[in-house]
Design a protein around this ligand. Structure first.
Ligand SMILES: [Zn+2]
Length: 107
């Protein structure tokens, strides 16, 4: 039996001069807590955002969305609806966009 793989997997290497099993070299050189955590995380699948967790949680509570929740969602989605830019703001936006456009053309 040859020496055990240097990555720490506990399996013997397949060739006398090898320190690692095939594909285990990468594991060996990156063996530290930070990397292990990252690998463990990535192997568990996609990270679920807080927003997604909240949505799942709400979904599990049933189909009824409270008035409060609906109001919050509604407010969140409204954006500029019902609000108006002042003429000065509109002009500033226009100027900044025109300026960028012009600069791009001249260069
Ligand atoms: Zn190994």
């Amino acid at each position: 039996m040859y020496m055990l793989c240097a990555c720490g997997c506990g399996q013997p290497v397949t060739k006398r001069k090898n320190k690692y099993l095939i594909g285990h070299y990468y594991r060996g050189i990156h063996k530290n807590e930070e990397t292990k955590k990252k690998m463990s995380k990535s192997h568990k699948g996609h990270a679920v955002s807080e927003e997604t967790k909240r949505k799942i949680g709400e979904g599990n509570k049933g189909k009824t969305v409270s008035v409060e929740a609906r109001r919050k969602i509604s407010e969140h989605n409204v954006g500029m609806k019902g609000k108006h830019h002042s003429e000065a703001t509109k002009r500033k936006i226009s100027e900044s966009l025109t300026g960028k456009h012009r600069r791009d053309k001249d260069e």
